[in-house]
Design a protein around this ligand. Structure first.
Ligand SMILES: C=C(O[C@@H]1C=C(C(=O)O)C=C[C@H]1O)C(=O)O
Length: 378
């Protein structure tokens, strides 16, 4: 057997890697010329047919299954890097994508109407007042979708909807609705969710036999509620509806799990406060407008995209963020209606639509994805 000498093999690898690097740089120089051609002709950076042909051609040169697969991966990466280079050059020539959004100094807040889902005293109501002020012109509708339609059809300037809870996670229905309706996220607000046990003013803990609330709130307070084994727990559509029911039925044995604000509104007494076991329970609400604007200094961009249904597609989409040095804050996937086992992705990234890095990344995703929608910058 030939004697193996590690040092000697490594020296050969070093020589070869230097050659590869030199060739890689030469290739990128050619790609720079391709970019110039595209700047002058307006041809898009991404050419999937050419890339497919290239992958077929280079893999045909390989001699084993292993190197064929490796060649495929290697050239997919090289072409991805080549596209990044070209997007950067196009952006530097002022050929940034028109995002369709206008930057404003401030969001309009005077004489605005705001729709929320639920009833008075619900957490949605609380979030609306927290963001727009206690004097704001707020009104409620029945469903989350109704709230979006109010905005879309111009009856409301804004609507406010829960999108994520720190313990329960994403409010998935609202992600789906964001794609269905022509509305844009213009702001967000975080509302600490702290449940109280609310009873009639004359009630005391010993009187309670039945507790009403939304199933989520009952669950979030289950440790406390289950320590009172004799209490019957009954679900309602909303925490505020539970509070209203207790106030109206005037039965001393009934209590509701709802916010202290709902208690105040319906004239109930807090028999116990902060009964949810996760004390860091916060719900993030988004504020939607039908006008695509973003406030100067906004730092979070939300997008939604569908990638091609093939290996590495998501990886390549996210590569656009990585190569532009953008920090991804959140990713959520949702099934695409009517297409079993295919998904669309919702991503929050740090930055503003006026940043070159964000523009560059979005241009890349928009060319390479099946579809891209910018949901907002706030
Ligand atoms: C270099 C080009 O741009 C892109 C990158 C490619 C590559 O690096 O080979 C191939 C096709 C394009 O998606 C080109 O159009 O030829």
């Amino acid at each position: 057997m030939k004697e193996l000498n590690l040092q000697n093999i490594r020296q050969q690898l070093d020589v070869m890697d230097a050659q590869l690097t030199e060739l890689f740089e030469k290739r990128m120089e050619l790609c720079r010329e391709v970019a110039e051609y595209k700047i002058h002709t307006g041809k898009p950076v991404y050419d999937s047919t050419r890339e497919k042909q290239k992958l077929e051609a280079v893999t045909a040169l390989a001699h084993s299954d292993f190197t064929r697969k490796g060649t495929y991966e290697l050239f997919s990466q090289i072409m991805t890097i080549s596209r990044r280079l070209q997007y950067g050059l196009l952006a530097a020539h002022g050929q940034a994508m028109d995002m369709g959004f206008t930057m404003v100094e401030d969001l309009k807040r005077e004489n605005v109407r705001i729709a929320y889902q639920g009833v008075e005293g619900s957490y949605g109501h609380g979030a609306a007042l927290q963001y727009f002020g206690r004097e704001a012109d707020v009104y409620h509708v029945k469903t989350m979708e109704d709230a979006m339609v109010e905005v879309e059809e111009g009856r409301a300037d804004y609507c406010i909807l829960p999108i994520e809870n720190s313990s329960a996670g994403a409010v998935s229905d609202n992600y789906d609705l964001l794609v269905k309706h022509d509305v844009y996220i213009v702001a967000e607000t975080e509302l600490p969710v702290s449940h109280a046990l609310l009873g009639l003013p004359e009630a005391s803990l010993e009187d309670i036999r039945t507790v009403y609330s939304h199933p989520q709130a009952l669950m979030q307070s289950s440790r406390y509620l289950n320590s009172h084994r004799d209490w019957k727990q009954i679900s309602t559509v909303n925490t505020a509806v539970a509070a209203k029911k207790v106030a109206e039925e005037k039965n001393i044995s009934q209590a509701a799990v709802a916010s202290p604000a709902a208690g105040e509104l319906y004239g109930l007494k807090a028999l116990e406060t902060s009964i949810n076991h996760n004390k860091n329970n916060v719900t993030r609400f988004i504020i939607l407008s039908r006008i695509p604007v973003y406030k100067k200094g906004s730092s979070k961009v939300s997008i939604c995209f569908e990638g091609a249904h093939r290996s590495g597609s998501l990886y390549n989409m996210l590569g656009n963020l990585i190569y532009n040095d953008i920090n991804m804050l959140m990713i959520e996937s949702r099934p695409i209606p009517g297409r079993s086992w295919e998904y669309r992705f919702f991503v929050d990234a740090q930055g503003s639509l006026s940043d070159a890095a964000i523009q560059n990344a979005l241009k890349g995703i928009s060319e390479e994805a099946v579809s891209l929608r910018i949901l907002g910058n706030y």
